[in-house]
Design a protein around this ligand. Sequence first.
Ligand code: SAM
Length: 281
Amino acid sequence: MKRDIRGELSGILPDDLVPLVPRSFDVIGSKGRAVAVIEVSTELESYGQVIGEALMRVQRNVQSVLSKGTERMGEFRVRDMKLLAGDADTEVLHRESGCVFKADPAKVYFSPRESTEREKVSSKVRPDERVLVMFSGVGPFAICIAKKQPTAYCVAVELNPDGHSYCLENIRLNKLGDRVRAVQGDVREVCPALGEVFDRVLMPLPKGAYEFLDVAIPMVKPSGVLHFYHWAPRDDPFSEGERILHDAAGEFGRAVEILERVRVSQYSPSAWKIRIDAKIS
Ligand SMILES: C[S@@+](CC[C@H](N)C(=O)[O-])C[C@H]1O[C@@H](n2cnc3c(N)ncnc32)[C@H](O)[C@@H]1O
């Protein structure tokens, strides 16, 4: 049975601090080598190394422990993380749903918690669809879609040069070179220059996707589908997103038919990350 990190730290940390150690943390990687990302509150900061070492003892595949540090920042949505213990090389191979992703969580956005969401969206893709993944990161949506739907073709657009490099590597690792194309750059410049429209467009940037709807809407084929992500208030999660979608599509004389409204995950006590799937006619 896996030991509990608080149990491991009792007798090492002052008794009153042990309950402040989070019981759960993200683990990115494989059985052989993984990185853990844990939230360390201010009270625990001076015990960072002790906590990191304890975590590596309870979870033996973890070779490096990073503290979450800041919130996700800037355009790349990366935290300023701090190495608490272990190997300073934090690049790992993560396996999910028959795919493998290489990523360094200190340099790029990658969340193992979103595997179910990737599965859900991938399962909607029909044979022969051409799919545009805006804000594609290291490529998990595009790769998951191409693996699950063997006749689909994906274009993945990412601004962060490290995210793009990992995406290229992940396309190679998953042997999808003929069905996933990665393009580095700002969606605002890259997408209009692609010279095609798509059956399906994904916008997995909950913080600010709405600012790029003027780019995304024209990329959707008539009657194609848009997957729009948004941060929304808990008590009324869909009204604002739907209004924004209708307004943005209206600018192009396009109509919106809502297909599905999904609460993806809780972002904070008052906010949810949501997805609205819409047919853009
Ligand atoms: C929330 S992350 C999601 C990454 C990926 N889709 C995933 O699920 O792991 C959003 C990504 O959008 C990228 N990004 C932000 N602004 C962008 C822009 N204007 N053009 C292209 N990519 C952008 C960031 O660098 C980041 O990797």
